[in-house]
Design a protein. Structure first.
Lengths: 908, 110
């Protein structure tokens, strides 16, 4: 880079060249003088022989290189000077670009944070996942009969690991476990921590080094190994006071002592992009962590998620084929010596599907990917609008500066040089816009990101190198879009014609040059307004759809019982059941008696809280079709359930508080269930079997209700008696119908439940309405973002249109003055100015409607209860744009009305 | 001035002439032009101005080094000399030139 020092010494070098050339001429002249030529004549001849000082100086300077930089600097200086002449244009252009680029940078930083950024581990590109569907907390005790496997038994995992495959496979339990924690030297009870069960090679496979101590090893994961744990950096700082001596100390997890062997690096959070677990514990200690029977001993329990690190020079496809065939071998071996045809068929259909795992697993990402991509395209449209806007200004400037350009060409500036000069101005503006946009995004992105991602998640919408590269690219691209047309126009100026013609070109032609930009702005704004209208209508539709239960005046409180081993899923916890039964009964009685409570019930989970529970069934008298899986959603509820929730009992009775372990087992089904399994016939009195034990008699049928999503129709559902069944569990929800505002009862309910028994822990208390509304968060975010985008687009377009109309009017002042002087009515003058706006609006709306129609498929996945070509939304958008165009035209119009013909003509 | 017995410096040979001239002694630009003029017995005319872009280009390439010295008349003159790299380049170019002129000679005599 030799030109750099040269460039800094530019002034000295130029002086040197001047001096050197002058010396040459003088030396020549002196020689001529000594030959007898008179001094004056000698000097003249020396100069002539030299061949012109200026061009030689120029050529010599060029020979030294680094010329482009100098040109760039002089172009920049020129650009700054020309913008100083018209600060208004520059300010409007920079602000417009700041908004456009800022919106893009903000949304892209979100896309980057959620969709693109890799895990902070060694060589994340080699990680693969057996599933990224992120189904968490799932475990199943029936094997996936066929097709893709994403959950594995301990036995299957051990088998795959023992094979020599092109990837090393690690495993983790599906879902974290909240455990009771005991710290050394602290007697505090009630400490909780989130533990993640992982295979011994987990850290090796994911590629994480410890910040302190060591990571887990395969030896830690053998049956009978000394219990050890690795803790997170945050846990180590907050709970262990960042004490390096914590390594080797013991903590207790659910009462079992575990030695701390290591601390993870700061920023490491595991395979899931969310708040890091506190502890990582080898799979071998699953019984102590989950307080359940050993999962490793149950070959039918599918509870492990797998991931892997590809060996060098292996591909995903190869690893997938090898793993699939290994899995089939395993299944063939475990099917026994004489597999049935059914078994063979199943084994042949089984496969694993590997997906790239560099970015880890993220529920939030899966949920919001489409929306974020949609948002990115929307801000892309905003940037285009901004570019059109600035392009309009630039074209107008190019036309206004034609004479200046012609002079520069006549003085010898080449066409390419002029184009470069104009593009430099564009890049300068875009660069300033990018700086402004970066600042806007820096502050706007994090709060916007919160609409998608919890603050505790490690996914952040920060401005990193990738984002900066994107912003730079966006700025350069925009400068080309808005700068190229004016630049080419400037380059194409014919100096002779322009200078000879000397007068301004026809005003209509000048307006026509900027018209496509204006029409494009209106059209593109229209698409955003249409999309915003569609999404707002979607949100309204979602919120208004009847769900089959009341939402107002229903309060929910989630409870958990701190009774050891009370988890109903634990086969060994039967001892605790009477205790839990008694506990829930007393809570129920207390709540029901509260003043202000109309009725109350219990339930394993409430609508729209994200839980669901499905079971396989055998239904008396129903013959399943070949290969059909008979099943239904099963929810355990207390007495008065339909009454409290506002659901209609169609036939029979509801679950009653009197349905106890001592009475016959009962069930209530919903209408869908009756339609599907009894062909609409009477369900009451029929019996069904769920797992082992006595069958349930159906005692009633309730109307369908949407419990999970407004968009899907309710599945067949069975309601069981919470106080009767094995579904009795350590967690449940109290649901109560209040007389007044549900939210006002929150504190009363909390206190009342706490008074019943100290072992009941009250979690979240909120109204059912807010729980339902919370599930529309993505749709609300989409609608909110698009309304914001539409407003932004309209604002930018209005500024652009205002500028165009004012500018056009300014150029036509004398024409209008002449018309008035010749007797034109004010009305005609108004029409003269307004006509252009009306034509632009009409063509913009037309193109916009076509664009909106074409882009409809992009949003259709986000819509509910409204078609992408919804007429009302189109009308709303057209009306909004008409108002905006009218507003942008009114002021210039008023000015046109006030034009004084005498003044207007005199200024010409 | 008659052109038949004088030639403008061939395209691309100016560098060679400059290098050869400076191989003998360091000189300033004007002297280089004079020197070429004399040694070619006034058959080669170097357009004076075109010397300087060439000198600066060669300096930038590192074939020449320059320093400012005070002349007897009390003026500052920029004096160029050949660098080691310049000497090597000169040897290469002379070899090239001889090969080419020999080849052209054969073609013309054939």
């Amino acid at each position: 880079m030799k030109f750099l020092p040269d460039w800094f010494r530019r002034d000295r070098i130029e002086r040197d060249i001047d001096e050197e050339l002058a010396f040459h001429v003088e030396a020549h002249a002196r020689d001529l003088v000594s030959d007898g030529v008179p001094p004056e004549e000698a000097r003249r001849r020396a100069l002539a022989a030299f061949g012109g000082m200026a061009p030689i100086t120029e050529l010599t300077r060029d020979a030294r290189g680094g010329r482009w930089l100098q040109d760039l600097l002089s172009d920049l200086r020129y650009a700054v000077r020309s913008f100083r002449h018209q600060p208004g244009v520059a300010v409007v252009a920079i602000l417009t670009l700041t908004l456009g680029i800022g919106a893009n940078t903000a949304i892209f930083s979100m896309v980057n944070g959620l969709l693109l950024r890799p895990l902070p581990v060694r060589d994340p590109g080699r990680l693969v996942l057996f599933s990224d569907s992120a189904s968490e907390g799932t475990q199943s005790s029936t094997p996936p009969p066929s097709g893709r496997w994403d959950l594995f038994s301990s036995e299957a995992y051990e088998y795959l690991r023992s094979q020599s495959l092109p990837l090393e496979i690690g495993a983790f339990a599906s879902g974290e476990q909240t455990v009771a924690l005991g710290l050394p030297g602290q007697s505090t009870q009630d400490l909780r921590a989130r533990a993640h069960l992982v295979s011994g090679n987990y850290f090796d496979v994911i590629g994480a080094a410890p910040a302190l101590g060591r990571i887990l090893s395969n030896d830690d994961d053998r049956p009978g190994a000394v219990p050890v744990a690795v803790v997170s950096d945050v846990f180590w700082r907050q709970r262990l006071d960042a004490d390096p001596a914590a390594i080797g100390r013991a903590i207790t997890i659910n009462g079992t002592a575990f030695g701390i062997v290591g601390v993870t690096a700061p920023g490491f959070f595991g395979e899931r992009v969310r708040r890091s677990p506190d502890l990582w514990v080898p799979l071998a200690h699953q019984p102590q962590v989950q307080l359940r029977a050993s999962a490793a001993a149950r070959p039918e329990l599918y509870w492990l998620s797998l991931f892997g690190r590809l060996g060098p020079s292996h591909t995903i496809a190869g690893a997938q084929a090898a793993t699939t065939s290994a899995l089939r071998q395993f299944l063939t071996a475990s099917a026994g010596a004489q597999p049935s045809d059914n078994d063979r068929e199943r084994v042949a259909s089984v496969r694993v599907q590997l997906v790239p795992g560099a970015r880890g697993i993220s529920v939030t990402r899966n949920q919001n990917r489409d929306l974020l991509v949609l948002l990115l395209s929307a801000v892309g449209v905003i940037l285009l609008i901004a570019c059109c806007n600035v392009g309009t200004l630039f074209l107008a400037r190019a036309v206004a500066r034609q004479r200046e350009i012609a002079v520069r060409r006549a003085l010898g500036a080449s066409r390419g040089r002029l184009i470069r000069q104009w593009l430099t101005e564009s890049v300068l503006l875009a660069g300033l816009g990018a700086v402004g946009g970066g600042i806007v995004a820096r502050f706007a992105a994090p709060p916007l990101f919160a609409a998608f991602v919890a603050a505790s998640s490690p996914a952040k919408a920060t401005i990193d190198g990738v984002v900066l590269a994107f912003t730079t690219g966006a700025a350069l691209l925009s400068s080309l879009i808005f700068g190229l047309a004016p630049a080419l126009r400037a380059g194409g100026v014919d100096p002779l014609a322009t200078l000879r013609g000397a007068g301004p070109t026809s005003s209509r032609r000048r307006a026509a040059a900027t018209d496509p930009f204006v029409v494009a702005q209106i059209a593109m704004s229209m698409t955003l307004v249409v999309a915003a209208a569609l999404l707002v209508r979607t949100l309204i539709n979602l919120e208004r759809t009847p769900l089959g239960f009341d939402q107002d005046r229903i309060l929910l409180a989630s409870l958990s019982a701190r009774i050891p081993g009370a988890d109903g899923a634990n086969a060994h916890a039967t001892d605790a059941r009477p205790e839990v039964l008694d506990l829930w009964s007393r809570v129920y009685d207390r709540i029901r008696a509260l003043p202000g409570v109309e009725s109350a019930t219990l339930a394993r989970y409430s609508p729209f809280n994200g839980s669901s529970n499905s079971s396989s069934l055998a239904i008396e008298g129903y013959v399943p079709a070949q290969g059909e899986r008979v099943g239904a959603e099963t929810i355990a509820v207390g007495g008065n359930y339909p009454q409290t929730m506002g659901m209609t009992v169609i036939a029979g009775r509801a679950i009653s508080p009197a349905d106890r372990p001592s009475t016959p087992r009962v069930a209530v089904v919903n209408a869908s269930f009756g339609r599907k399994y009894f062909a609409g016939g009477n369900a009451v009195g029929r019996r069904l079997q769920i797992r082992a034990g006595a069958p349930h008699e159906i005692v009633g049928v309730v109307e369908d209700a949407r419990f999970h999503s407004v968009r899907t129709s309710p599945p067949p559902t069975v309601f069981l008696a919470l106080l009767q069944d094995s579904y009795l569990s350590a967690t449940c929800e109290v649901q109560l119908r209040t007389r007044g505002d549900a939210a006002l009862m929150t504190q009363t309910v909390r206190r009342a439940i706490a008074e019943v028994d100290g072992r009941v822990e009250v979690g979240r208390v909120q109204s059912l309405r807010s729980q339902v509304l919370a599930t529309f968060a993505p749709e609300r975010a989409a609608a909110g973002f698009f309304v914001g985008f539409a407003v932004l687009a309209l604002f930018v377009a209005a500024v652009g249109l205002y500028g165009t109309v004012s500018y056009g009017l300014q150029r036509r002042t004398s024409e209008i003055g002449l018309r008035i002087a010749l007797g034109a009515a004010r009305r005609d003058v108004v029409w003269l100015v307004a006509r252009a706006s009306v034509i632009r609006l009409a063509s913009g709306l037309l193109v916009g409607a076509l664009l909106a129609r074409a882009g409809g498929s992009l949003v259709s996945a986000q819509l509910f209860g409204v078609a992408p070509n919804d007429a009302l939304s189109l009308l709303v958008a057209a009306a909004t744009l008409s108002v905006v165009v009218a507003l942008a035209t009114v002021r210039p119009l008023a000015r046109a009305m006030r034009i004084d013909p005498m003044i207007a003509l005199r200024t010409e | 001035m008659p052109t038949s017995d004088r030639s403008d410096v061939l395209q691309g040979t100016l560098d060679l002439l400059i290098l050869r001239t400076l191989a003998a002694e360091p000189l300033h630009g004007y002297a280089i032009g004079q020197q070429i003029n004399q040694t070619s017995r006034a058959l080669l005319q170097v357009p004076q101005g075109s010397l300087y872009p060439a000198l600066h280009r060669l300096e930038k390439k590192g074939l020449l080094a320059a320093e400012w010295i005070d002349t007897e008349e009390g003026r500052r003159a920029k004096v160029y000399r050949l660098t080691r790299k310049g000497h090597q380049q000169l040897a290469r170019e002379i070899a090239d030139w001889q090969r080419v002129s020999k080849a052209i000679g054969w073609v013309l005599q054939s």
